[in-house]
Ligand binder design. Structure first.
Ligand SMILES: C[S@@+](CC[C@H](N)C(=O)[O-])C[C@H]1O[C@@H](n2cnc3c(N)ncnc32)[C@H](O)[C@@H]1O
Length: 354
């Protein structure tokens, strides 16, 4: 192999891809700094502004800020007016970086990336031992990052586009139906469902106590705490039976997804269904060798596989399990009617009925 001649064009292409990725990774800490100091939000409020004026308004050092602005402008995330040497955010840049509550926001992704770098030491050790790393041992930035990363997609899709595809869902939930959000994390999806279906009975469960504490805080802030039952529980130990049992971006993280789906099978009311949201993937790994696959297999290596391996069974489906593998898991749990009801570039929605 070493003796094979190097194809210069292929080499250059590879090096260019590495440079693109290095440049993308280089802004990660800058994006976190900008987010934590509220620089994107401040810039969207100020409009076109010099670095001097911006630094005064944001109460940060001008020299650091100017370098940050140049880096972020080079990335295309801030706009620069060369005539009067001012910086601003276009409406699109503001939507993606400054509007925390908007459905286009993507800044939370940088929390996930930062968290993954912090997890390197534990995951490196686990490569050697084959053991898992429990979810609670991950860098805490991962927990808020996960919630922020998924939120815009849930905001844009969950209530308006995805859940209406589940037959009978809206009618049932409007007339007092019950819904359990398993592995709910910070419970943003749980909140959206409680808000959309005020007469529904909504519950959120997660194995991670601090995430449930945060879910309760957020529900309190949204005046929805009375409507939601939150509990710290494993996917094989929560109480009650429900019309809908959901696993949103979490079944593949579980050590025993078959056991979790079986438990859901036994805790579904007659006519109910299990709803999965999972990252979009093909069943064939090489079909996932694209930018989504690069991102999800990487997140999976640093978070999903270590979490699953830390639990009983340790099946380690991974974040790119693909629809056939997921449907096999559901079939093994006893579900006979399983289908993908929606697929977009980043998410798949599956429904399983008895
Ligand atoms: C990637 S996060 C997704 C959280 C949330 N559903 C969302 O979409 O933002 C995976 C969640 O699954 C939870 N989890 C992992 N294993 C679990 C298990 N066996 N039982 C219950 N929850 C579990 C984790 O604590 C974590 O909150």
């Amino acid at each position: 192999m070493l003796d094979s001649p190097i194809d210069i064009e292929k080499l250059k292409k590879l090096q260019f891809k590495v440079m693109q990725d290095v440049a993308a990774a280089a802004v990660v800490p800058l994006m976190r700094i900008g987010d934590q100091l509220g620089l994107f939000k401040k810039l969207s409020e100020l409009g076109e502004v010099s670095s001097q004026k911006f630094s005064e308004e944001a109460e940060v050092d001008e020299r650091y800020l100017r370098e940050w602005l140049h880096a972020i402008s080079a990335a295309g995330f801030v706009s620069y007016n060369k005539e009067d040497k001012t910086f601003s955010l276009s409406p699109e840049q503001a939507a993606v970086f400054a509007q925390e509550e908007g459905p286009a926001n993507m800044i939370g992704a940088y929390d996930v990336l930062t968290g993954a770098v912090h997890n390197e030491k534990d995951v490196l050790k686990a490569f050697k031992t084959g053991e898992g790393v429990p979810y609670e041992d991950a860098c805490p930035i991962c927990f808020q990052g996960t919630a922020r990363f998924f939120k815009p997609s849930y905001q844009a899709n969950l209530i308006k586009k995805w859940l209406p595809l589940i037959e009978g869902f809206e009618e049932k939930m409007k007339s007092g139906g019950s819904f359990a959000d398993i592995g709910c994390g910070h419970g943003l999806s749980t909140l959206m469902i409680a808000d959309a279906f005020p007469s529904g009975k909504v519950a959120g469960f997660d194995i991670h106590g601090p995430s449930i504490d945060q879910a309760k805080n957020l529900a309190k802030d949204a005046n929805l705490l009375d409507q939601i039952e939150y509990g710290v529980a494993d996917a094989k130990s929560y109480e009650g039976s429900y019309d809908y049992i959901a696993f949103f971006d979490c079944l593949h993280d579980m050590g025993d997804p078959v056991g979790a789906a079986k438990y859901a099978f036994d805790h579904l009311n007659e006519g109910g269904s299990v709803i999965l949201i999972e990252p979009t993937a093909s069943d064939i790994p090489e079909d996932n060798f694209n930018i989504f696959g690069q991102m999800y297999y990487s997140f999976s290596t640093m978070g999903c596989i270590p979490t699953s391996k830390s639990q009983e069974v340790g099946l380690s489906l991974g974040a790119q399990a693909g629809p056939s593998r997921l449907i096999n898991v559901l079939n093994e749990a006893g579900f006979k009617n399983c289908k993908v009801v929606k697929k977009n570039a980043s998410n798949m929605v599956l429904e399983a009925r008895r």
